[in-house]
Design a protein around this ligand. Sequence first.
Ligand SMILES: Cc1cc2nc3c(=O)[nH]c(=O)nc-3n(C[C@H](O)[C@H](O)[C@H](O)COP(=O)(O)OP(=O)(O)OC[C@H]3O[C@@H](n4cnc5c(N)ncnc54)[C@H](O)[C@@H]3O)c2cc1C
Length: 417
Amino acid sequence: MSQNTNEQTALVIGGSHAAAQLVVSLRQEGWGGKILVISDAAQHPYHRPPLSKAYLSGEKSADDLLIRSPAAYAKLGVEFRFNATATAIDRNAHTVRLDDGEVLRYDRLALCTGARVRKLPIAGAELAGVHYLRDLRDAEAIKRDLRPGTRAAIIGGGYIGLETAALLRKVGAEVCVLETMERVLQRVTAAEVSRFYTRIHREEGVRIETGVQAVEIVGDDGQRATAVRCDNGQQVAADLVIIGIGVVPNTELAAAAGLGVDNGIRVDEYAQTDDPQIVAAGDCTNHPNALYGCNLRLESVPNATEQAKSAAAAMCGKRKAYRALPWFWSDQYDLKLQIAGLNQGYDAVAVRGDIEGSRSFAAFYLQEGKVIAADCVNRPMEFSLAKMLLSGDKQIPIERLTDEGVTVKEMVAELRG
Ligand SMILES: Cc1cc2nc3c(=O)[nH]c(=O)nc-3n(C[C@H](O)[C@H](O)[C@H](O)COP(=O)(O)OP(=O)(O)OC[C@H]3O[C@@H](n4cnc5c(N)ncnc54)[C@H](O)[C@@H]3O)c2cc1C
């Protein structure tokens, strides 16, 4: 890609975490032309993680969620087209068509289209009181349905489901989590960590049912949800049902334009698609990860933000590889979980701390004796240590990692020494 001039236009499709970073990085990388964001949202990019946390509890308002103030974008000369959906890309003409029929020309195009909730195709899923949770509108609708004594059923025991369960307990709801697999968080954590979260949620008064499938949401005459019926015959009374069964990447626009798509828009380590004029970043991409030697599609804010920096550089004709270590977080009750790396392919787990009885521990995932990832609950020091282990080539023997008599400080010094 060649350098841009002031007459050129950078179009960004999608207006969330990836886009918010990309437009700032574009200016930092020297983009002097127009920047226009096409967003189907009604407002400037906002933080999504608080939707299942402080926003739902009322501790934060919609304004508190904004990633940047409207004035900050104006200062950068970044324009937004809200409530607008891009419906087609013409790669030959370098144009994007919007849902109102308008056609916009681009010199560089960024796809930050993210992901949407996976729908549950069961009877009753359209009843009043049944919700998904992906955007501000969803969170507002849930809030409207929350009343004292709400009985909530959460379908899906992943992070979103469990965070929402924690939050609903905090506001006094009766909560039951229904999970199809044998344990909560089965797709993403070790059995020890699933057991930990099950224990904590039960201590907090959440009912957790695993190995059950929701097959119908039952409603009353007014078409409001009253219960969830499961495949084992049990019926869970619920006037609020939240479905959190994962997301699917928004790749249709890219696929229709002939770009490579495979569980995400295929990009290289510079966030570049098959088309030199088009980059992509965030939840919508499938990208190579040098650290793990494989292709990944990640669903996290740090991924969206870091990849957007590479995408912006590529739009300005520079090459900045995206090689950041994957990391995630999840907040439930007083538990701050920080996850470093990816545990795919682990063959053992070593735990530091009392995972069975306390509210703080670090679980290190090992592959042939080497740490490949860590789940750290209320253990910020161990999280830093894990990141050091994953980024460097030195290891700490497992006996020392799990020995609370050896301080994290000592181990950090060992790695630095
Ligand atoms: C409730 C909740 C809690 C979360 N908690 C955490 C957490 O604790 N930690 C963490 O790291 N991550 C968390 N996440 C995940 C995180 O929010 C996502 O990884 C992040 O939002 C990805 O950003 P993105 O910009 O790639 O995509 P998205 O946020 O999905 O945004 C893409 C936007 O583009 C829009 N769009 C798509 N196609 C078009 C089109 N054709 N035209 C116009 N607009 C379009 C979409 O509708 C959407 O608004 C959470 C997510 C949710 C929903």
